[in-house]
Design a protein around this ligand. Sequence first.
Ligand code: FAD
Length: 470
Amino acid sequence: SSGSDQNDVVIIGGGPGGYVAAIKASQLGLKTTCIEKRGTLGGTCLNVGCIPSKALLHSSHMYHEAKHSFAHHGVKLSSVEVDLPAMLAQKDKAVSNLTRGIEGLFKKNKVNYVKGYGKFVSPSEVSVDTIDGGNTLVKGKHIIVATGSDVKSLPGVTIDEKKIVSSTGALALSEIPKRFVVIGAGYIGLEMGSVWGRLGSEVTVVEFASEIVPTMDAEIRKQFQRSLEKQGMKFKLKTKVVGVDTSGDGVKLALEPAAGGDQTILEADVVLVSAGRTPFTSGLGLDKIGVETDKVGRILVNERFATNVSGVYAIGDVIPGPMLAHKAEEDGVACVEFIAGKVGHVDYDKVPGVVYTNPEVAYVGKTEEQVKALGVEYRVGKFPFMANSRAKAIDNAEGLVKILAEKETDKILGVHIMASNAGELIHEAAIALQYDASSEDIARVCHAHPTMSEAVKEAAMATYDKPIHI
Ligand code: FAD
């Protein structure tokens, strides 16, 4: 195979980190091979993560709106029901179209694609057990590890992907569970809880910590949790799972207060384990070539994404930093830019985070708690969507924009948005942060009317001066 020729760059893993690095490397004129064991490109994100979850979030939202909101807008339906197989099929089709699309991009950009499990035999050689049962040696001057992450298991909780599921199983349940319990109140748990809750499940979220989504600004988090509770999601915070019994029809979870105390039993039909993700380097042979990892198994790299072994690099979920697809992509581009003799840069403090529930929560930069901890004097500007004309016009006015800026310079430190489309609204804030803009800079930009983006402008006005519409 052409995989055995000398490559400039070999990438192990075809997720958002790996496939983007591969395309970019080829575009920079480097001879590139990407190795992926899954049989399809796109990694966790495309196959069992970002994309299928957003497909189901959208479909379940449509059902929920049809059932609970259409009539209010004067759209009457005689009956609304869920066709779960059709819903899952639309998700699967979206995924397969997109994964094939990346294969097309590989062809277009002349990236060599080897389907199989790669392991290091030396810092410049990867032995691949190919999907068709063969083996091939792939050589490269530079090798990038982009093997991503896997579901973190909980001690004593065995995932069978039927009654006790990971996010992968939760994206493909064959029926709507009556009682859906989520262990772990991170964004994945809340998104999957929202999907099944909208379709009719009673959803309870069990979380060891005292709060949901720990990276979120506390004030926003409080409103967000209240909103989820209003939708029927129940929370058991500061609670640990101490036992699991799957012997009966459903699942019996033994719970205990995190600080210790009396046990209670929580019954479920399906339990989702979403208590974090762990770097995936199994079978890769990192020890063999001496690549350094940290205590939790993440590969250690410098600012050029180089490991301690010359010629070996790592990007994405397998290294420290936010475990997000867009961060993996940025890593991938910067890493191959360095390899090509150019300069790349990724600022992990400016990676936006989005929770795709309804409302969505999106944020970039620092939370108010982080700003306080830094000891800088700051101002806060807020604007509720209740005062935004577009949001009112479409009866979608839950949430707010919150901007934090340094008091002395007005430089924006963090922006937090809760709104139905917060994940789209956040990017003007991301640009502002990237260019060290002040809140006044945003406020003086002409924003189209009527748009929900005007709430960002008004919050910026409220930060250094006064808003108009409240
Ligand atoms: P991965 O996407 O994990 O890709 C690594 C690839 O490497 C895999 O395909 C694997 O098969 C392959 N591989 C591993 N070892 C080998 C080997 N030895 N040989 C060959 N191939 C190998 N992030 C967001 O930004 N937005 C979201 O909305 C979002 N939603 C998510 C929802 C869910 C349910 C989950 C689970 C994750 C979600 N994420 C989301 C996180 C996102 O999926 C990851 O951050 C992202 O996929 C990381 O990209 P990566 O390229 O580093 O690794």
